[in-house]
Every structure is written in structure tokens, then in C-alpha cells.
Design a binder for this molecule. Structure first.
Ligand SMILES: [Zn+2]
Length: 211
């Protein structure tokens, strides 16, 4: 599995997880960059198989409808963030002064438990990591020593906001951070915002300072 990153507003990250042999591609958190994502899929002759959101905030899902209409792939998100997803038009209108009215993808598959997905040479597990939102999840790729954690962790030593959002929980967040830090130390952590890090680096911050 190789990873391509797109950076959007507020350093929000969208990732493509690409099968080395099959070129099957999972799109994680398409918040911005819809045109660039689609161009990359075409130029590299990738085969998109699904869109997965780590959670339902606008900066993870705004481009999901555009990508889905261009590719026809399903869009997966935890059902705990259904309300956030439904609020997307209202939220995008409110921060853009009515200039934007973005709707979520249509073909949405809601899941509610930990499960595994396999698309040829792509294999990953859904880990439930609520706290930032009710339906926040992480996508763990054990064979690639990688985890896409959304807004659970932000390097170095930070985490997603939990005080000023609806649907957030500090206790759940601490438990979810602990869960990610329980993965093997060499695991590369692809954060929802900013730079990537590793479990080893973040464990030094969190174990010493907080948990
Ligand atoms: Zn968020």
C-alpha cells in the first residue's frame, strides 16, 4: 500500500491508499481538492473502490459527493455521524455566507461496528475511536504499519478539538487516544490535519504528560 496526500484548507488532509499491484484505491476524507483527487485517479490510472470518512465534519466530507458522482463508488461513514453529515449544507452555508451549499454523497453506507475490509491487496480494519465526534473511527492497515486516525491525534502531542463541537466527549477521546497509542510503536499515523507521525513519537508525549 502506498499513500498519496492532498492538503486542503486548515491543513486538512485527504489520503489515497493505493494497492501497489492492483492499483485499487481507497479515498479517505475527501474534504477539499475534489478536482485534484479525480485528476490523480485518472492520471495514475487508479481504480477507486470506496470513499471512507474518519468522521463527518465538513473538512473530511465536502468533496465526497463530487468524487462519488465522478467514480460511482460507495461512501462509508459511521452511523454516529449521520446527523453531522445531514447538516453539511447548513454548515457550509453558514461559514461561506451562503456562497456554498455543499451536499453529502448520496450512496452512503453507514456502519456501526468494528470490521475488516479487503480489496485485493488492500486490507484494513475499522477501529472505533469516538470522542472528537460520536462516529469518529480510525482505519488501521496492519500489513502496512499504518493508521489513518482522522482528528484523534494531531502531531506533535495534540488531538482534535473536543471542547467546542457538538457530539464531542473528553472521556471517550482519552480512551480513543490510548487505543491508537496501543498499536505497534512503528505504526505510521496519518492525521486528519498536519503532518504524519508515529505511535512511538506520540506515545512519548501522551504517556508522559497526560494518560
Ligand atoms: Zn473534525
Amino acid at each position: 500500500m502506498r499513500v498519496t496526500r492532498f492538503r486542503g484548507g486548515n491543513q486538512a488532509n485527504c489520503y489515497l491508499a493505493i494497492g501497489e499491484k492492483s492499483k485499487k484505491t481507497v479515498i479517505i476524507d475527501p474534504g477539499y481538492n475534489g478536482d485534484s483527487i479525480f485528476k490523480t485517479l485518472q492520471e495514475q490510472q487508479l481504480e477507486p473502490v470506496a470513499i471512507f470518512a474518519t468522521h463527518g465534519h465538513f473538512d473530511q466530507v465536502m468533496a465526497s459527493k463530487q468524487i462519488q458522482e465522478a467514480t460511482g463508488v460507495p461512501f462509508y461513514i459511521h452511523k454516529g455521524d449521520k446527523e453531522l453529515l445531514n447538516e453539511l449544507p447548513k454548515i457550509t452555508r453558514s461559514f461561506s455566507g451562503d456562497l456554498m451549499n455543499v451536499h453529502p454523497a448520496q450512496n452512503v453506507i453507514y456502519f456501526d461496528k468494528e470490521q475488516e475490509f479487503e480489496f485485493d491487496d488492500l486490507f484494513f480494519e475499522i477501529i472505533l475511536t469516538p470522542g472528537h465526534t460520536l462516529g469518529s473511527v480510525s482505519y488501521y492497515w496492519p500489513h502496512a504499519n499504518s493508521v489513518f486516525c482522522g482528528d484523534v491525534l494531531q502531531a506533535p502531542g495534540g488531538c482534535g478539538r473536543i471542547m467546542d463541537w457538538n457530539f464531542s466527549s473528553t472521556l471517550a477521546m482519552l480512551s480513543s487516544i490510548n487505543r491508537i497509542l496501543g498499536l505497534p510503536f512503528q505504526t505510521v499515523v496519518y492525521c486528519g490535519h498536519g503532518k504524519r507521525t508515529t505511535v512511538a513519537k506520540e506515545a512519548i508525549f501522551w504517556k508522559r504528560e497526560y494518560l
